[in-house]
Design a protein around this ligand. Structure first.
Ligand SMILES: C[S@@+](CC[C@H](N)C(=O)[O-])C[C@H]1O[C@@H](n2cnc3c(N)ncnc32)[C@H](O)[C@@H]1O
Length: 238
């Protein structure tokens, strides 16, 4: 077991979460409720966000023991351990188990590597055959607001359509082109992504793909319905 490491992707995630939380501060109500996070990784990106937003509290979960250990060190080093906590375990088993009100906003850069099976470089990053199993599970978990990474090669159209069926709208998003990193460039993953793209289940260039970090909401008071724009930003023809 190792710790997820992809500096560009983590920076994009952290920056985008920060922008979306700040921009929709009142509507999301995170200063009152805090947020929960699926998948801490090494925690550096969100620890910097917590450091920059003094009212933000994040309760995070990760199934990778080395990640939890590294995350706790990084969080302590940034002096935000009182507002950014990490628990070892499956988000879907643990996040709602504690006493007290559950947050209405979840943030995640979820596992999204598509592959025929879990036998990949970092198995904790497996997102199922189409890559979007975890994001679909997150959308079905009952949070009013979901801020999540949506990669272009992991069947984003099904993600957006499923979200719509569940009563979500895409409020806004930030998109960035990323070079294939350690996990996407594994030959087994590359070959699988090529097949998915050929089937019309996503987009990827020879060595690059798009990732958007999007805010989905079921809250009628938060305006915006940008599912089509999100898909176009991910190079999906709609
Ligand atoms: C793509 S990494 C993102 C890490 C970090 N948020 C970042 O962006 O740098 C996804 C993380 O989710 C964790 N993970 C996978 N499945 C999980 C689950 N069911 N519950 C909690 N964490 C999970 C993995 O171990 C991994 O650390």
């Amino acid at each position: 077991m190792s710790c997820f490491s992809s500096a560009d992707e983590s920076a994009h995630y952290g920056f985008s979460v920060c922008m979306l939380l700040q921009h929709y501060r009142e509507q999301l109500g995170w200063a009152r409720e805090g947020v929960v996070e699926l998948g801490t990784g090494d925690a550096t990106a969100i620890a910097d966000v917590v450091a920059g937003l003094p009212e933000l509290r994040v309760r995070s979960f990760d199934i990778s023991a080395p990640s939890v250990e590294r995350a706790r060190e990084n969080i302590a080093a940034r002096g935000v351990a009182d507002r950014y906590t990490v628990e070892f375990g499956d988000f879907f088993d643990r996040a709602d188990s504690a006493a007290g009100p559950s947050a209405s906003t979840v943030i995640a850069n979820p596992p999204y590597i598509p592959a025929p099976d879990r036998d990949i470089r970092m198995p904790e990053l497996w997102g199922g055959v189409y890559g979007n199993d975890l994001v679909l599970q997150l959308l079905k978990a009952g949070y009013r607001n979901v801020v999540t990474a949506v990669p272009s090669y992991a069947d984003p159209e099904t993600t957006v359509r499923t979200a719509e069926d569940l009563g979500y709208r895409v409020v806004n998003f930030l998109a960035m082109c990323l070079d294939y990193g350690e996990y996407s460039s594994e030959q087994k993953v590359r070959d699988h992504v090529r097949r998915l793209v050929a089937e019309g289940r996503g987009w990827a260039g020879e060595d690059e793909y798009m990732v958007a970090v999007a805010l989905f909401t079921q809250d009628a008071d938060i305006p915006g319905d940008r599912g089509a724009q999100l898909l176009r930003a991910l190079q999906i023809a709609v």
